[in-house]
Design a protein around this ligand. Structure first.
Ligand code: GDP
Length: 683
């Protein structure tokens, strides 16, 4: 389940403040804590010295204690280090049974070859068969008895099987492991354990950023988000790219299934998360064990009824508060479609997040609580049922399934169902939904009734013969993907991940992208290269309109990119402006809208403060003719042309050219006051 909620809103500045990780590559992360890295790298886990400590200090300490002082002190510092390293390893194998002198002699005689030195000692003892294997050593996890003496011997290498679970800035957990080094390499005549591909360990720990090799070297990524760790493997980065026939490829990739982006909306506590969590469980996306865990945990937290909601509400705060805050994203399949599900927050405070979810959706499920009083509370002024429905319609969603939920609470009464649907139907028509595109389904998210198969509850089956929820989702008409249009990608999240470069997530609104493509970001009007693409947690070579993807980018500074930036093809760029004209519809809003009115413009992932610079004209609602020029103010229900001035440049399109990027919402003081479409871009 790909969740982006952890990512957005995450204040990565805080992370950076602590370690100043900003701009660091993957090795930096390890460098920050060499002790931690060393802990994983070496079997001698209790060593207290690091590679960076001056060797001499330790030598002194060692020399004081050891009898074979002369032999060691006659050596060059480098050979001394090699000797101590060999002794350490031998000590691990032999324990205290052999004197330091015997071991030193053997090491020197065998020219620092630990294996040979060990053989020699065993031969001398006539105790050959007692030689423990390296495996034995590593699995005991026994602390080294000898003291730490700098570089470990090459023979330790087979013990190195570390796995480091790394939490990226985005909160995505990544598991990484070092390759098990298979051979030692000679660097400057010195045996140095190698992580892989000739990268010496001290280089990994100490080298300056500039001279660092690609993080892909020596690191084998085991997580699903491995694209940035191994972007070139099997991919076209750096190679001459082959143009693909996107339409054919899309057809192949989806196995004939169409792609559909679905947003779940509705008043807080209507049961959105429970409904969708239960649906996913019934579809087999959550295994029994995990579900059991959620049940136990939610019981423990005193919120037993939220167990299914926890499938989607993943963050601690969401669970604590029992509300969805950010937009969760999950993929599932129906008979004929691949669905990307977005679970939008119902709470008033998180409407901007909901707008982001809705802007990326093709169709919506509006969940309403059928319980007496509850439906009414959500539907009245101040409830989110109306606001959400209006928002999704204004953002381009035309097909709607209404889950009349918690029907178990009203004994599956037909009268209640009809009461709810008639009230809603009237309003939805006004909001611009066609009757033929609105479908009502009685459900119970808690009991799972009517979600994936027709209900068996007699109280319901006696009067309801329609589709269950999943069948309705399957029957939605999938929109045409604008793959032929110029590339447009709206950033919904920016985060530093492993490896060089950084990642952006979002939805491809139009066109397609291939690994190795150059892209232009607007704003800041700078180019970069796509190093990797992740779609539903899998690394892919290309992605096209409609896909929610993560792109790994290089050649640009992460600081330049914000949520709301639009990436486009450099040859057909999107315009960035601060002043544009639009046709707007004023919602049910009591305060008259005047010149200079401060608003927040919301579209796609953008949310930008602006002011209404001019009121140009009032239009006739149906004919669109100018009714009045230069009005003093705009009141509810009015259709008008206005000029907006944003504080910072925003990337926007004319509605007639690019619907998805030419449609916006205006909000003021926590309420949606108008929906609009861009008619003219000024500057
Ligand atoms: P959301 O805020 O819309 O996501 O609502 P939740 O899914 O968090 O549910 C809010 C509360 O309603 C929880 O206590 C759920 O257990 C409860 N609930 C959800 N669906 C149903 C249902 O179909 N029947 C009943 N009786 N309770 C439900």
């Amino acid at each position: 389940m790909a969740r982006h909620r952890n990512v957005r809103g995450y204040n990565y500045d805080e992370d950076f403040e602590e370690d100043d990780m900003y701009g660091h590559s993957v090795e930096d992360d390890y460098c920050i804590s060499p002790a931690t890295a060393a802990q994983f790298i070496y079997s001698k886990r209790d060593r207290h010295s690091s590679f960076t400590e001056p060797l001499e200090e330790e030598e002194e300490e060692y020399v004081d204690e050891e009898p074979d002082k002369t032999k060691a002190s006659n050596l060059t510092p480098l050979d001394q280090a090699r000797l101590y390293s060999c002794l350490d390893h031998m000590r691990e194998v032999l324990g205290e049974s052999v004197s330091e002198k015997v071991m030193t002699d053997a090491v020197l005689q065998c020219q620092f070859d630990v294996a040979k030195a060990l053989d020699l000692v065993f031969k001398q003892d006539g105790n050959e068969k007692a030689v423990p294997t390296n495996q034995d050593v590593s699995t005991t996890g026994r602390p080294a008895k000898g003291k730490s003496r700098g570089l470990p011997s090459v023979e330790v290498q087979n013990e190195v099987v570390p796995k480091i679970a790394k939490m990226t800035v985005s909160g995505k957990k990544q598991t990484m492991g070092f390759d098990i080094p298979s051979a030692a390499s000679e660097v400057n005549g010195q045996n140095v354990p190698v992580l892989s591909k000739g990268q010496p360990m001290d280089e990994v720990l100490e080298e300056p950023e500039s001279s660092r090799q690609s993080p892909t070297q020596g690191v084998s990524s085991q997580g699903s988000d491995d694209l940035n760790a191994t972007p070139s493997q099997g991919r076209s980065a750096g190679k001459s790219k082959q143009k693909i026939n996107v339409k054919d490829e899309l057809e192949k990739r989806q196995g004939g299934k169409q792609l559909l982006n679905l947003v779940v909306i509705g008043h807080v506590d209507a049961g959105k998360s429970t409904l969708m969590g239960h649906l996913l469980y019934l579809l087999g996306h959550v295994n029994k064990r995990t579900m059991h865990k959620y049940e136990q945990e939610s019981k423990k937290a005193g919120k037993a009824s939220f167990a299914y909601a926890w499938v989607l509400d993943e963050t601690g705060e969401e669970r604590q508060r029992g509300v969805t805050m950010d937009v969760g994203m999950t993929k599932f399949e129906t008979k004929s479609k691949v669905i990307t599900l977005m679970d939008a927050p119902g709470h008033k405070d998180f409407i901007p997040n909901m707008i982001t979810g809705a802007a990326q959706a093709d169709v919506a499920i509006l969940v309403v609580d059928a319980s007496r009083g509850e439906f009414e509370a959500g539907f009245e002024a101040g409830g989110q049922t109306r606001e959400h429905a209006l928002l999704v319609r204004s953002l381009g969603v035309t097909q709607l399934a209404i889950a009349v939920n918690k029907m178990d609470q009203v004994n599956w009464q037909q009268e209640r169902f009809q009461e709810v649907t008639s009230k809603l139907g009237h309003f939805l028509k006004q909001a611009g939904f066609k009757d033929s595109d609105v479908f009502y389904i009685p459900t119970s998210g808690l009991s799972g009734e009517n979600l994936t198969k027709a209900s068996q509850v007699p109280e319901l089956t006696s009067w309801y013969k329609g589709r269950c929820l999943i069948d309705q989702i399957d029957s939605f008409k999938a929109p045409q993907r604008s793959v032929d249009k110029p590339f447009r990608f709206c950033v919904s999240d920016v985060f530093k991940d492993q490896g060089s470069g950084f990642c952006v997530t979002g939805k491809i609104e139009a066109g397609y992208v291939q690994v190795g493509d150059r892209m232009l970001a607007m704003p800041p009007n700078e180019t970069c290269t796509v190093k990797g693409i992740t779609l539903h947690d899998e690394a892919v070579d290309w992605a096209a309109a409609g896909d929610h993807v993560s792109l790994t980018l290089t050649g640009m500074d992460i600081i330049k990119i914000n949520v709301g930036c639009v990436f486009c093809s450099p040859s057909e760029p999107i315009k960035a402006c601060t002043r544009f004209r639009a046709r707007v519809l004023i919602f049910n809003f009591d305060v008259p809208v005047t010149q200079g009115f401060p608003v927040i413009i919301h579209y796609q992932t953008v949310s930008e403060p602006a002011t209404i610079r001019k009121l140009i004209s009032v239009l006739h609602k149906s004919t669109g003719e100018v009714v009045k020029k230069k009005p003093k103010c705009l009141t509810k229900g009015m259709n008008a042309i206005i000029e907006l001035q944003s504080q910072r440049p925003i990337a926007i399109e004319l509605y007639k050219e690019f619907k998805e990027l030419g449609r916006f919402m205006l909000r003021y003081s926590g309420s949606s006051i108008a929906a609009g479409v861009v008619t003219e871009i000024k500057e």
